[in-house]
Design a protein around this ligand. Structure first.
Ligand SMILES: *[C@@H]1O[C@H](CO)[C@@H](O)[C@H](O)[C@H]1NC(C)=O
Length: 158
């Protein structure tokens, strides 16, 4: 292994260490993926009901209560998720007529815009940006990476 390889390996260990040690009391921390599920699934006609049904029940994240320091990526996840959920809340507001296509357009725009902003924030930091931000098909990458594309609530455990 070359020097850079070692360095990278060490970095991974440093990043994973806080999650691998069990605190002296209580439950071990949840696995990384469940702290802030990211990215949210791309809005489609198929998941629109899932998006809107439980929009007020899905978690919003208190940026100050996320593990720190060294986990600023989580804060950027949380910022994006909070913004997207806030927009969904507006998009899903019942407005008399059931206009699915308007709701979908609203939710899709929110998803695209906030993920784009997220990638801008990723590009400001020195660490490796989230892989989809560097993908030539960024939105398709986000769509594929979503851990809970159907917006099932509570999210499926695995
Ligand atoms: C919404 O939440 C309720 C319970 O909180 C659950 O039974 C229902 O399946 C959820 N809907 C979706 C689309 O996940």
């Amino acid at each position: 292994m070359d020097f850079l390889g070692h360095l990278r390996g060490l970095w991974v260990v440093v990043l994973l260490l806080p999650f691998s040690c069990v605190p002296s009391e209580g439950q071990p921390p949840p696995p990384r993926k469940s702290i802030v599920p990211f990215p949210p699934g791309k809005p489609t006609l198929a998941n629109l009901k899932g998006i809107c049904d439980n929009v007020s029940k899905r978690p919003r994240y208190d940026l100050n209560s996320l593990p720190s320091p060294g986990f600023s990526y989580l804060r950027r996840y949380a910022t994006a998720v909070n913004s997207i959920e806030a927009s969904y809340q507006d998009c899903c507001k019942p407005c008399g007529t059931e206009d699915k296509s308007a709701t979908l357009k609203c939710a899709s725009d929110a998803w695209l815009n906030h993920l784009s902003t997220y990638c801008e924030s990723e590009s400001m930091v020195m660490t490796m940006p989230y892989h989809c931000c560097e993908n030539y098909d960024m939105y398709r990458c986000f769509e594929t990476a979503a851990p809970n594309p159907s917006y099932q609530h509570p999210p499926p455990q695995n």
